[in-house]
Ligand binder design. Structure first.
Ligand code: NAD
Ligand code: GLY
Length: 364
């Protein structure tokens, strides 16, 4: 088993990575837990609900399953309220614990419910998508979407443990694997040039779910994320680099309507756009932009954006948590393996949008 420790002011906890962790979830439930709320969705419940429930029921513990509708389009107040309805109806108290069994949507909503129910209860992340295993389950960002902006309402709330069962990725659709790999290569781009090169060499093995390659990629991604959030839990500075590709990507997600493109797909395309912008304003060599484009393509993510119109894209980008005083800030790459956060002149952003949208692809 690989264990990565996260140490933040908001909590210290292990990320345990190994095949079969699903059957050992009881190890992460604090001994004084009065009840466990297993938050999941019908897709994941059909595959893993019974196994998780059986594992949690060890020592006669009361487990209540709370199923939410599946999909990014349901990451909202109405769905969040269903968790509170169930917790109150089942008389969950302050010593109860929530378990998020699912992808990033379930993890973010369950975490936000845990952050706010009775002003905060404990929760465990059991991420079942690659994206959630390498990113969203680690670091304590929780929340929901608003029609005017993604993840705009939320809280920092660290889990007490993250349980990563690498076997569950076998049932994940190929498109979701590609979306998760976008977040994996992000860590190489912002923090670790050698890891980026390793991803280039292992892209095919990762897409084929080679167990060794996957385990290394998940472990290294978690190490890099743990390193960042342990230094900057609340995104006062360094943590913002984890948003490489997200400013462009969030505009695509919100512009198309949540759920049309997967979050990781939008981030993949957004990283190509951020690399293009980096070449124009931060000195990233053109040859490196082509490496980014080639790897995003190799993992199966789109490299050109749908044409939302530059004005609309810019308006959507302004609704970004990195924006300061209405000025859009981007994560830029002076080189592969090093990231900075900075504003960029609007004409430069427009130029990137013009050459990275669908019409540009049609003529390429
Ligand atoms: P998701 O949660 O929608 O899951 C994708 C799909 O896969 C869903 O239909 C789900 O039911 C299904 N699924 C989950 N596990 C499965 C399995 N093992 N086998 C088969 N199907 C399975 O999407 P996601 O990509 O996991 O997460 C995206 C969300 O994560 C976004 O809302 C994004 O904003 C959020 N996010 C949060 C953070 C953070 O730091 N909190 C970081 C990155 C992304
Ligand atoms: N996914 C960005 C972060 O956790 O900060």
């Amino acid at each position: 088993m690989t264990v990565v420790d996260v140490d933040t002011p908001g909590g210290r906890y292990p990320i345990r990575i190994a095949p079969g962790r699903l059957d050992r979830l009881a190890e992460s439930i604090p001994a004084n837990a009065t009840a466990v709320g297993l938050v999941t969705n019908p897709t994941v419940a059909a595959l893993y609900g019974q196994r998780a429930e059986a594992a949690l029921q060890a020592h006669g513990r009361r487990v209540v399953r709370i199923e939410l509708p599946d999909g990014e389009a349901h990451k909202d107040w109405q769905t969040l309220n269903r968790i509170f309805d169930a917790l109150l109806a089942q008389r969950f108290d302050r010593k109860s614990v929530l378990v998020a069994l699912g992808g990033g949507v379930i993890g973010d909503m369950c975490g936000f419910a845990a952050a706010t129910y009775m002003r905060g209860i404990r929760f465990v992340q059991v991420p079942t998508t690659l994206l959630a295993q390498v990113d969203s389950s680690v670091g304590g960002k929780t929340g929901i979407n608003h029609p005017l902006g993604k993840n705009m309402v939320g809280a920092f709330h660290q889990p007490v443990a993250v349980e990563i069962d690498t076997d569950v990725l076998r049932t994940l659709p190929a498109r979701e694997i590609s979306a998760g790999l976008a977040e994996v290569i992000k860590y190489g781009l912002i923090l670790d040039a050698d890891f980026f090169a390793w991803c280039e060499a292992n892209a095919a093995a990762l897409r084929a779910l080679d167990p060794q390659a996957l385990r290394y990629a998940i472990g290294r991604s978690c190490e890099l994320k743990a390193h960042v959030v342990s230094q900057d839990e609340r995104e006062a500075g360094l943590r913002a680099v984890l948003n490489l590709g997200h400013t462009f990507g969030h505009a695509i997600e919100a512009g198309l309507g949540y759920g049309q493109w997967l979050h990781g797909e939008a981030v993949g395309c957004g990283m190509v756009q951020a690399a293009e912008l980096s070449a124009d304003v931060a000195g990233l060599p053109r040859s490196e932009v082509e490496r980014v484009r080639a790897l995003v393509r190799a993992i199966g993510c789109p490299t050109v954006s749908p044409d939302l119109g530059a004005d609309r894209c810019l308006a959507l980008m302004r609704v970004d948590k990195k924006a300061e005083g209405g000025e859009i800030r981007f994560v830029l790459l002076p080189e592969i393996g090093r990231a900075v956060t900075a504003p960029a002149p609007e004409p430069a952003v427009r130029a990137v949008l013009a050459r990275t949208t669908e019409p540009a692809a049609a003529s390429a």
